[in-house]
Ligand binder design. Structure first.
Ligand code: ZN
Length: 247
């Protein structure tokens, strides 16, 4: 399984960057996990729009799903549109982004597949299972296994035993870490710090921790150090074009 980071900015994309988006490839199958602001231009540097085989979206915040619209336009408006794109998301999560264009314009471009808390399903060669994790809107963390390797992605989530359960023994935990140390009072239940991500990575005994969704302007070294305080394994910070081969 290969992970390529398309973007990893929390909240809004910085110059030349993108918000949350990850291309996962295994056996020639291309699954895009989240399509935040500005991820499609990054994606198209590596694959054509019609080469994407499936999309999974963790939740309906635009820094995680806004670029579903340009991806669907790039498929639907071709002279020879590809088959509908399977899009996995929680019920209602994509209502807003799917309403951007006039009714029906993109209807043939996608096939919505609703996911449920604790549900398990196959996406091409990937075995997927989901778990609702605490955020300000419903958010599905996902555990993806292919070729004997497992990656777990939190979406956006406050600290929770459910994160640890979902991530148990994974090769890679791709964890939202909007803040370094302290999460502001109003967000404490809905977002995490790098320090908390490190503790949860240790509790879940994961092979590697990748921090993502850092607030724009955050010092990545500070985030790595905060995570490393509670976790002995390798800690990386996701940035556009970071590639990890899980084998
Ligand atoms: Zn969010």
């Amino acid at each position: 399984m290969r992970l390529r980071v398309l973007g990893a900015c929390g909240a809004w994309p910085q110059a030349g960057q993108a918000c949350s988006g990850y291309l996962l490839e295994h056996d020639g199958f291309r699954l895009v996990v989240d399509l935040g602001y500005a991820t499609v231009p990054q994606l198209l540097r590596h694959v054509c729009a019609e080469q994407v085989d499936a999309v999974f979206v963790s939740h309906g915040h635009p820094d995680h799903c806004a670029d579903l619209n340009p991806l669907l336009r790039a498929r639907a408006l071709r002279d020879d549109p590809p088959p509908p794109l399977p899009v996995y998301a929680l019920p209602g999560a994509l209502d807003a982004v799917l309403a951007l264009d006039r009714p029906g314009m993109l209807a043939g471009a996608y096939e919505l597949r609703e996911v449920t808390d604790g549900g398990a399903f196959d996406v091409g060669p990937f075995r997927a299972s989901t778990r609702l994790l605490p955020h300000s809107v419903p958010n599905a963390g996902v555990r993806l296994t292919a070729g004997g390797r497992t990656l777990v992605y939190t979406g956006d989530s406050g600290p929770s035993p459910d994160v640890v359960e979902l991530a148990r023994g994974a090769d890679v935990l791709l964890a939202e870490a909007t803040h370094v140390d302290e999460v502001p009072e109003g967000s404490r239940r809905h977002l995490s710090s790098a320090r908390q991500a490190g503790r949860q990575a240790a509790a879940a005994d994961v092979g590697r921790l990748v921090l993502t969704h850092l607030w724009p302007g955050t010092d990545p070294a500070a985030a790595r150090a905060a995570a490393g305080a509670g976790y002995d394994g390798e800690v990386a910070v996701a940035t556009t074009d970071l590639v990890l081969d899980l084998r």
